[in-house]
Ligand binder design. Structure first.
Ligand code: GRF
Length: 221
């Protein structure tokens, strides 16, 4: 995509944002990060953006009296940069239908579980409590249902004896920092799109998510 433009939305630390910044800087992702927008002024990721010379914008949700008015302000902030793709990277707000429709099939998110399992919060503790042996992360397109859009790519990690939620989260994050830039790269290269809630990759509608395993890509199709 000639001059593919990205806007990244964050609420916190921004380690996934950093992985994407680094992948753009190294040339892996042929795109520009036009802006990073946070709903929290204290989000650490804003400094990562500034350090990389990327506009860092705050749209503070506490200053709006409804989800719709916040989302309208957020859309306005995003649209100034006319992005091709909106990237949610630890953005802790539920988005309205109007927002999702506005960026029709051009929003992606990363979620720390092997979706459709463990939607929602506290996924690492829930995986441990359930006695799972495998856990992981998923990159998906965003639709109107929380953590339910079409999954592009997943990475699995083993759950090991002695793991607690923090240890497991760190192991999952390592994989997140690989798979999220990869998906953004494919989008920027125009190898990836979402059509009617189906992932289209290299011209083929995927029957199931791609899997990142042992440092390479597996196709289940
Ligand atoms: C990650 O675990 C991601 O999967 C989830 O929020 C966390 C964000 O971490 N959506 P960071 O801010 O990118 O470090």
């Amino acid at each position: 995509m000639a001059d593919c433009k990205l806007v990244v939305l964050i609420s916190g630390t921004g380690s996934n944002l950093q992985a994407i910044i680094d992948a753009v800087a190294s040339g892996q992702i042929p795109a520009t990060i036009a802006a990073v927008i946070s709903n929290r002024e204290q989000a650490g990721g804003l400094q990562r953006a500034s350090k990389a010379g990327i506009p860092a914008v705050v749209v503070d949700h506490t200053k709006y009296d409804s989800r719709d008015s916040f989302d309208a302000a957020l859309m306005q902030a995003i649209d100034q940069y006319a992005p091709d793709l909106v990237i949610l990277a630890g953005f802790m707000r539920i988005l309205s239908e109007a927002f999702v429709a506005h960026y029709n099939q051009r929003i992606v998110n990363i979620h720390p579980s092997l979706l459709p399992d463990l939607k929602g919060l506290h996924t690492h503790q829930r995986a441990l409590d359930a006695g799972y042996h495998k856990h992981g992360a998923s990159v998906h397109f965003v639709n109107n249902e929380l953590d339910s859009g079409a999954v592009v790519l997943q990475a699995e990690v083993d759950i090991l004896p002695g793991d607690d939620a923090d240890i497991l989260a760190a192991r999952v994050l390592e994989q997140e920092h690989i798979i999220y830039p990869l998906v953004v790269q494919w989008f920027a290269e125009q190898r990836l799109s979402c059509d009617n809630d189906r992932v289209v990759f290299d011209g083929t509608a995927l029957e199931s998510p791609l899997l990142w395993k042992n440092q390479s890509l597996e196709y289940a199709n």
